[in-house]
Structures are given as structure tokens and as C-alpha cells.
Design a protein around this ligand. Structure first.
Ligand code: ATP
Ligand code: XMP
Ligand code: GLN
Ligand code: MG
Length: 584
């Protein structure tokens, strides 16, 4: 896919720009986010982008004779990737990028790709590194230019790694600028060519000085001006809300109607609020057999709006969730919302299923079936246009972790709202938040006037407790997980930790353990508590402190005392990666 020339000329004429080539890493989009955060514009394009199609005219540190009115990119960043450079089907960069005379930064796979193409060696390593690592910076007194990448940083810094391969021999002309205990070429640089390669991920928030490293590269080395000053809230208000409302109105047309998949989570609530603003006050008329007044004309006492929010009770929601969401969205926000009880259908289909991906697919498909059936019912009941659209609160991380988007990313798990859709689905999707991250959606929610309680709710996945009951999902297992989760969250709120923790929940493990209660032997199940800190849910770290441990002890004893069938509670201390936030 070639970039559209219009977009390139418009933005590049105004701002110094970094080109990020996406090899399918889970974090590619984050590189864009981090760089834009410090005021430099950048674009993410697939790694298959042909440079000739971009009219690449650098205006950075090199004197380019062929300079004309085209404004190009000041530098190129090569992202990470799930592939290994030596795989036969691995993606490769258009090698023209190395002849343009602009600085290039390779991140993880990007470093390996550079090393491999330039005569170095990349091999699978014995000591794979996933998670935190200490990076030791090596300064070169006689080569100040290559020190610029770690300008302002000294000695050891904490970085985030996610790799199984590593450079075992640097290409000619490259010097080592940092190492870890197991990676001798953790960062390398070529002084004359202005090429840099790093094995760690500076774009994830868990690399504490990652922003400094990216800034050193983009501003210090590439000399990009920090003129991309669009403040996020201003951008969201002026550009996002108004444009999106207009876009929705155009797509739906003057009489079209929309059903909304609404869970009460911040994403779908923000999406529903946008839809409500766009078409919520447009009334469709009930046809002759209005169930509210029995009138048989087109005008009746109970007009319906063109937006119909539906909350599906899939039998795996949290305690009292459906009732409280209906109250909050319906009564408080004035959104036309209906709760559809499909719990028997979902739980029936889940019976006997233990494989996480099958659970997700079944739930995703059943969701869509329920929405289509509901849409057909509403179609029959109301006048106005036909229901053609389904609103979903899909976010960018849902997209990137589910399907290949730009570049060849790996399927980690099928998020029901993206990967589990029926192939012959009749409703067309409207996903206004598809390009946004959670923190941007929260900012949007606040701008739209949503309550803090809603804006700061921890995320809850569409497949709900079904992916938190490991093994078979039966009503009694769901009940155990649900009650344990309720106690956990209640105590977290009581102790004042809710806003500090990004996401917390209880999972029920498919194992039994021995215990002793009231002097008698017990042989019962195990609850795993998870609490993570994360900015964007792409990487995450365990929530931990000495005081928190005391709260956990209290929670453990409440769960064991109050939830029948549980005699043991454990705390999950793994980070993402290599674990994920949900257990399934
Ligand atoms: N029980 C449900 N009923 C209706 N729609 C749902 C339900 N669960 C999920 N969805 C749909 O799937 C989408 C994805 O779910 P997801 O959990 O990512 O988002 P959310 O629930 O809106 O927000 P959050 O991530 O904060 O929980 C939702 O935005 C919504 O459109
Ligand atoms: O809408 C969703 N549908 C899903 O199928 C799904 N699975 C995981 N999640 C949420 O996504 C974030 C990242 O989760 P993982 O680290 O487990 O992939 C976490 O916030 C998870 O709760 C989902 N959200
Ligand atoms: N995160 C990455 O870019 C990983 C690159 C490669 N797949 C490795 O394991 O080393
Ligand atoms: Mg949710």
C-alpha cells in the first residue's frame, strides 16, 4: 500500500516529520504517540512502503542537491516485529531508506533488520529477555555524536525488553553504545551514516527514560523542530468531537437508525454519548401498533430516538452490573438503552468449552447474533429508516492485538469485538474510537461531560467473566468468580486504591488445593487476584507496595470466608509482556 500523496504533502509542508515503518510490533503505534507527545509530527506506514512512492526529499542534517518544493521526512524509525529477520517469510524494509542520508533508528526487530542487512549477525539467543532489564550505557569520549542518543543519561538505566533474537555481531562501522547482562549489542551506532539501533523498547512507558531516548534521537540527532503543538484536549474537542459527529450524521443519513453495543465501560459509553449527540434527538416514529399507547397511526405518544443502545446480559457480567449501567446511562445520561437478557443462550453455548480462543469466538459471534435479532425487532417496531449500523466502542489496542492492521502483527488473542464478527454480518460497523488509546478516550469522556466514576472505570473485557473462569464456564463457576471479584473491587475502593490501579479483577483457576477450615480438611478452588499499572494497556506491571500487601491480606481472608468453594487466594505478579493482563 502506498501512502496517499495528498496527506504527505499537506502535513509535511508544515511540520518536520518522522517516518515510522511498522513491521507489526504490538507497540508500533506507541512510537507515534510518544514522538507526537513532545511536539514532533510523525506518520506510521507499513514496512512494505516503497520509498520512491513517497517523493522522499530530506531536509535535515544533510545537504541534498535535488531539493525541490517537496517537503519530506527528517528521519526514519524501524519498529519491532513478531518475526525473526532470518525467517523465510519475514518482512523487509525497502533498502532505499539507508541511502537517503537521513538518520535511521532501528528498534528491536528494526535493529536486527539493520544489522542483518549491513553485514552483522542476528541469532536466536539462549537468554531471551522479556520485561525489565538494566541497560549499561557506554560513552565514547572521541565520538561525541554517537553519545547523543543517551544524552543526559549515565550508567545503568531501566529499560523494557521483549525479544528472543539478538545481534551477535555488529555490522562494520558500528560501535556499541549500550549493553545488558545478556545482550552485548543492546545499542549500537554508526557515526558517519547516523544510524542507531536499540534492542529495548523506548516507546513503552515502562522504559522510564524512553521518552528521553526518543527525544534525543528525533530532536538532538535529527534536528526536528518541536512545532507539532496540538494539545490533545484541544485536538479532541475541535477536531475529534465535531468531525466525528458530522461524520456519523453523514454516514447514517437523515433517517437512518443505529443500534449501539453498549457495555457500560468507558469506551462504549463515550461512543454512545457521541452517537447520542449526533442522532439522539432525531425521532423515528412508531408504526401503527405502538405497544405503549395502542395507537394505530404513525404519530403516537412515545417517539423513539434513532439511536438504540443495547446492553447484552451475556451471563458473564459482574455483580449487579446490568441494572447499574441501565440506571447510569438511561436515567442519568438520557441515552435510550435496553438490557437484553441472553444469559441462557451464552452460557448454553459455552458449556463444555475450555479453549480460550473458542470461548472468545463463541461470545463474539453470539453477541452479533443478538444484536442482529434486536435490530430486526426494532426495525419492525419503528418507522423511520432501516437499522443498518452497529456502534461499537472498539479502541486501537483492540484492533492491533486482534488483526494485522498496518504491517504484519501477530494475533495475541481475538478480542471479541474485532476478530469474532460473523462473516456474513448484515449490520455495518461504526467505530468512532478505533484510532484512539484509552487515555485519549478518557479525555474525550471528560470533555463530553461524563461522570468521573464512568470515565475512570477499570476496563472490563467483552467476554467478561468467561475469560476469568479458567477451564469450563458453568453458572456456579461464574458465581464464584463474580463474588470474589465484587469483594476485591469493593475493598480496593474502600482502601482508596481504585484510581491508582489501572485494572484489577479476580480470576478462578481450574485447580484445587488442600486447606484447613474449622479444623477440617478442605479441597477447594483457587482465586488469582490481578492488579496492574499501565498507561495504555499494551504493556503493564504488577501493582505493588508494602501497604498494598496488607490490603491484599485482608481481601484474601474476606474472599476465603465469604466465597464458598474457595480456600486459597494468590496474587499474580507477572508483567505484560510476557504475560497478558487477562489470563485467557
Ligand atoms: N455486554 C455487552 N453488551 C453490549 N455491548 C458490549 C458488551 N460488552 C462489550 N460490548 C461491546 O464491545 C466493545 C468492546 O468492549 P470493551 O470492554 O473493550 O469496551 P468497553 O466495555 O466499552 O470499555 P472498557 O474497555 O472500559 O470496558 C464495547 O465498546 C461494546 O461496544
Ligand atoms: O473489549 C475487549 N474484548 C476482549 O475480548 C478483551 N480481551 C482483553 N481485553 C482488555 O484489553 C486489555 C489488554 O488485555 P490483554 O493484555 O489480556 O490482551 C485489558 O484491559 C483487557 O481487559 C478485552 N477487551
Ligand atoms: N520485539 C521485537 O521486535 C522482537 C523481534 C524478534 N521477533 C525477537 O524476538 O527478537
Ligand atoms: Mg468493557
Amino acid at each position: 500500500m502506498a501512502a496517499t500523496q495528498d496527506k504527505v504533502t499537506q502535513v509535511n509542508e508544515l511540520f518536520d516529520t518522522v517516518l515510522i515503518l511498522d513491521f507489526g510490533s504490538q507497540y508500533s503505534h506507541l512510537i507515534t504517540r510518544r514522538i507526537r507527545e513532545f511536539g514532533v509530527y510523525c506518520e506510521l506506514l507499513p514496512c512494505t512502503q516503497k520509498i520512491a512512492d513517497l517523493h522522499f526529499i530530506p531536509k535535515g542534517i544533510f545537504d541534498v542537491k535535488a531539493f525541490n518544493t517537496w517537503q519530506g521526512y527528517e528521519s526514519v524509525i524501524l519498529s519491532g516485529s513478531p518475526y525473526s529477520v532470518y525467517d523465510v517469510d519475514s518482512p523487509h524494509v525497502d533498502t532505499v531508506v539507508f541511502e537517503l542520508g537521513v538518520p535511521v533508528l532501528g528498534i528491536c526487530y528494526g535493529l536486527q533488520e539493520m544489522a542483518n542487512l549491513m553485514g552483522g549477525k542476528v541469532e536466536a539467543c539462549d537468554h531471551r529477555e522479556y520485561g525489565h532489564a538494566a541497560l549499561t550505557i557506554t560513552k565514547h569520549v572521541d565520538h561525541p555524536f554517537i553519545n547523543l542518543l543517551f544524552e543526559g543519561l549515565e550508567g545503568d538505566i531501566q529499560v523494557w525488553m521483549s525479544h528472543g533474537d539478538q545481534v551477535t555481531q555488529a555490522p562494520p562501522g558500528f560501535r556499541i553504545i549500550a549493553t545488558t547482562r545478556t545482550a552485548p549489542f543492546a545499542a549500537v551506532a554508526h557515526e558517519e551514516k547516523h544510524f542507531f539501533g536499540i534492542q529495548f523498547h523506548p516507546e513503552v512507558t515502562h522504559t522510564v527514560d524512553g521518552g528521553t531516548v526518543l527525544r534525543n534521537f528525533v530532536v538532538g540527532i535529527c534536528k526536528c523542530k518541536t512545532s507539532w503543538t496540538m494539545e490533545i484536549s484541544k485536538m479532541l474537542k475541535d477536531a475529534f468531537i465535531d468531525t466525528e459527529i458530522q461524520r456519523i450524521r453523514t454516514i447514517v443519513g437523515p433517517v437512518g437508525q443505529v443500534v449501539g453495543a453498549v457495555s457500560g465501560g468507558v469506551d462504549s459509553t463515550v461512543a454512545a454519548k457521541l452517537m447520542h449527540e449526533a442522532i439522539g434527538d432525531r425521532y423515528a416514529t412508531y408504526v401503527c401498533y405502538c405497544e405503549h399507547c395502542g395507537a394505530d397511526t404513525l404519530i403516537c405518544c412515545h417517539p423513539a430516538t434513532s439511536f438504540h443502545a443495547i446492553l447484552v446480559d451475556n451471563g458473564v457480567m459482574r455483580l449487579n452490573e446490568c441494572a447499574s449501567v441501565k440506571k447510569m446511562l438511561g436515567d442519568k445520561m438520557g441515552i435510550n438503552i435496553e438490557v437484553v437478557d441472553a444469559s441462557a443462550l451464552f452460557l448454553g453455548r459455552l458449556a463444555g468449552v475450555t479453549d480460550p480462543e473458542r470461548k472468545r469466538k463463541i461470545i463474539g459471534n453470539t453477541f452479533i447474533e443478538v444484536f442482529e435479532a434486536e435490530a430486526a425487532k426494532i426495525d419492525k417496531k419503528t418507522g423511520g429508516g432501516k437499522i443498518e449500523y452497529l456502534l461499537q466502542g472498539t479502541l486501537y489496542p483492540d484492533v492491533i492485538e486482534s488483526i494485522s492492521f498496518k504491517g504484519p502483527s501477530a494475533t495475541i488473542k481475538t478480542h471479541h469485538n474485532v476478530g469474532g464478527l460473523l462473516e456474513d454480518m448484515k449490520l455495518k460497523l461504526i467505530e468512532p474510537l478505533r484510532e484512539l488509546f484509552k487515555d485519549e478516550v478518557r479525555a474525550l469522556g471528560t470533555l463530553l461531560g461524563l461522570d468521573d466514576e464512568l470515565v475512570w472505570r477499570h476496563p472490563f473485557p467483552g467476554p467478561g467473566i468467561a475469560i476469568r473462569v479458567l477451564g469450563e464456564v458453568t453458572p456456579s463457576q461464574v458465581e464464584i468468580a463474580r463474588l470474589a471479584d465484587h469483594i476485591y473491587i469493593e475493598e480496593i475502593k474502600r482502601a482508596g486504591y481504585y484510581r491508582q490501579i489501572s485494572q484489577a479483577y479476580a480470576a478462578l483457576l481450574p485447580v484445587k488445593a488442600v486447606g484447613v477450615m474449622g479444623d477440617a480438611r478442605t479441597y477447594e478452588q483457587v482465586i488469582a487476584l490481578r492488579a496492574v499499572e499501565t498507561k495504555d494497556f499494551m504493556t503493564a506491571d504488577v501493582f505493588a507496595s508494602a501497604e498494598w500487601f496488607l490490603t491484599l491480606k485482608k481481601i484474601s481472608s474476606r474472599i476465603i470466608n465469604e466465597v464458598k468453594g474457595v480456600n486459597r487466594v494468590v496474587y499474580d505478579i507477572s508483567s505484560k509482556p510476557p504475560a497478558t493482563i487477562e489470563w485467557e
